[in-house]
Design a protein around this ligand. Structure first.
Ligand code: SF4
Length: 78
């Protein structure tokens, strides 16, 4: 399976990663995945949880699709 492929089995725990240098801070991620991402008043994105299970995968998958800079990815950890 390919790393970061949103179509693969969503029953696993995944580790969320952001390319902070490429993040533009417009908050699309927070809008669709408020349990995972938070953008502060200075436009810095923060991960509220680095590990995401099946319950939050729909939020994560949507954030990956909606991020205009394509800077969100994940890797399987279980
Ligand atoms: S949507 Fe992408 S570029 Fe925008 S704040 Fe979130 S991670 Fe950064």
């Amino acid at each position: 399976m390919m790393e970061g492929d949103a179509t693969m089995d969503s029953n696993n725990l995944v580790k969320v990663m952001i390319d902070y240098d490429a993040c533009a801070g417009h908050g699309q991620c927070e809008a669709v995945a408020p349990d995972i991402f938070q953008v502060d008043s200075e436009g810095m994105v923060h991960l509220l949880q680095e590990t995401v299970g099946p319950d939050l995968r729909p939020q994560l998958d949507l954030a990956i699709k909606r991020c205009p800079e394509c800077v969100i990815r994940f890797e399987m950890i279980s």
